[in-house]
Design a binder for this molecule. Structure first.
Ligand SMILES: [Zn+2]
Length: 101
């Protein structure tokens, strides 16, 4: 299985958001470079980024999915299916009840 770098993120939460969405869709994914993050500021900035890697065969479906995720992030608030509370579009867990959105 060949892995390719799919996305470079500036922050860990951003990388994990991408990672989580891909995993949910059944796409094999890995976050790499997390261990370099505490060094941000001490090493060149570009080296401190977090990378999301996917297998080569899933690059296209990952890109399509991510386009949807980004559209969702810009979209309307999400309503929690458990407690009906409104959450910001990028949230994965309800801030009110802590369950999966
Ligand atoms: Zn809730």
């Amino acid at each position: 299985m060949k892995w390719v770098r799919f996305r470079t993120c500036r922050t860990l939460p951003e990388a994990h958001l991408v990672n989580t969405e891909l995993m949910r869709a059944g796409i094999p994914t890995e976050v790499r470079g997390e261990s370099r993050l505490p060094l941000a500021g001490e090493i060149p900035f570009v080296d401190a980024r977090v990378e999301v890697w996917v297998t080569e065969e899933h690059v296209l479906s990952a890109a399509a999915l991510l386009a949807e995720v980004e559209a969702a992030c810009a979209g309307p608030a999400r309503t929690c299916p458990h407690c009906r509370e409104e959450n910001p579009p990028a949230f994965e867990l309800c801030w009110q009840c802590g369950r999966d959105l």
